[in-house]
Design a protein around this ligand. Structure first.
Ligand SMILES: Cc1cc2nc3c(=O)[nH]c(=O)nc-3n(C[C@H](O)[C@H](O)[C@H](O)COP(=O)(O)OP(=O)(O)OC[C@H]3O[C@@H](n4cnc5c(N)ncnc54)[C@H](O)[C@@H]3O)c2cc1C
Length: 372
């Protein structure tokens, strides 16, 4: 059988675009290399913007029922422990990727998507004109359209010879879940900056906290390759130290990722339409990657559907999606890179936090401009 669309990757972007195409009566195959549920490196902070996508997908109630923890404020601290706290434009949610990704995948399947877990895509060949052959470790499948939603960086990027791979990224990140007394689980997201990186702390389901930190690879080397030691060095920020003191790690192991690629990417590669992090990733500090992945899927869906319904040529599809993607995300990504770079400069972080305290509209502008 040949599918209308083959979606590679069952994260937020892939599940969302697959679900929307299936609801529009297209035949959709969704290929995911892992099996659910599975932990995934992420700060697990779902910004308010994600909720409008969830509402449109019809999964907002299921996300709440899965135990998503509400957050109404954001606290940022500088390397010397200086604090700036602001209310969020709307309620944000904390839910583990362990729960969220499975929930989205199951909803996509219930909407008519053929979902295959434990199926890794190894190569894609073809074009929008002639159709595609997608090779997996379980055989080859065919489709008219391929959407690449396989995340920030992977084997397929090498196979597709993507130019962004020529730049190396010096960042490494870790995540684990922690438990603590009820007073240690407040309804806010916190981001603590330290000279060698930054660390996000926010509540998720079951009264747990997701702790996720990112730093330069040199910081990991200095920490002897140990994620715990790297986190301890970030705890030179006294606010983070105080935050972590009553917490105990409950995850048996750390989730880890290296080479976090924040550079610009292309939205079409060899006619594969990229969505989510595969099309471009916002700095984790902005806490908006998941909302952006969902918004990217919302953006790609009508163009892809029009192409499949012969209402848009391949050339129009490529041009319109690229244009819309850049209009919506390019400035946000640039600003995110700038804020991320500032977080690695203690003097810049301290000045930025002071400026946000003295002039709250600046904080509001930064929050607004790094999201939709
Ligand atoms: C340190 C860090 C912290 C972050 N914290 C936050 C946060 O708090 N809030 C937030 O909103 N965003 C955060 N993000 C960003 C967020 O995690 C991503 O933007 C989001 O997951 C992107 O979704 P996606 O669907 O594009 O990709 P992903 O969620 O990465 O999904 C890609 C899927 O594709 C699958 N896959 C990969 N290769 C293949 C293949 N060859 N074949 C089949 N399947 C494949 C993967 O298994 C995965 O399931 C963070 C990122 C980092 C690095």
């Amino acid at each position: 059988m040949s599918y209308d669309a083959i979606v590679i990757g069952g994260g937020l972007a892939g599940c969302s675009v697959a679900l929307q195409l299936a609801r529009s009566s297209h035949t959709v195959l969704l290929l995911e290399k892992t099996t659910y549920p599975r932990h995934k490196l992420c700060g697990e902070f779902l910004s308010p913007e994600a909720q409008s996508s969830f509402r449109r997908l019809g999964v907002l109630d299921a996300v709440a029922d899965a135990g998503a923890a509400p957050m109404t404020r954001a606290r940022l601290t500088g390397p010397n422990g200086s604090v700036a706290e602001h209310s969020l434009p709307d309620t944000a949610l904390g839910l583990s990727r362990y729960r969220l990704d499975e929930l989205l995948f199951r909803h996509a399947c219930a909407a008519g998507v053929e979902g295959r877990e434990d199926t890794r895509v190894t190569q894609v060949q073809g074009s929008l004109k002639d159709g595609f052959a997608v090779q997996t470790d379980a055989g080859t499948v065919e489709g008219r359209l391929v959407l690449g939603a396989y995340g920030k960086r992977g084997l397929l990027d090498r196979k597709l010879n993507r130019p962004f791979l020529q730049e190396s990224s010096p960042y490494v990140a870790f995540k684990a879940h922690y438990e603590g007394p009820p007073s240690a689980i407040p309804g806010r997201i916190e981001v603590h900056a330290a000279p060698s990186g930054y660390c996000g702390v926010g509540p998720v389901e079951d009264n747990r906290l997701c702790v996720c930190w990112i730093g330069h690879t040199d910081a990991l080397k200095d920490a002897g390759g140990s994620p715990d030691n790297m986190l301890n060095s970030l705890r030179r920020n006294p606010a983070l130290d105080e935050r972590m003191a009553p917490l105990t790690r409950v995850s048996p192991r750390f989730e880890a990722v290296s080479q976090v690629p924040l550079m610009a990417k292309e939205q079409f590669v060899n006619d594969v339409c990229m969505v989510g992090d595969s099309a471009g990733m916002i700095a984790p500090l902005c806490g908006d990657g998941m909302a952006m992945a969902l918004a990217g899927a919302d953006l790609a869906f009508p163009y892809a559907s029009d192409f499949l319904n012969d209402r848009r040529s391949a050339e129009e599809f490529r041009r319109a999606y690229r244009q819309a993607w850049n209009d919506q995300f390019r400035f946000r990504l640039r600003l995110g890179r700038w804020v991320h770079a500032a977080a690695f400069r203690p003097a810049a972080t301290t000045s930025l936090l002071s400026a946000c305290r003295v002039f709250p509209p600046l904080a509001r502008w930064l929050i607004r401009s790094t999201r939709g």
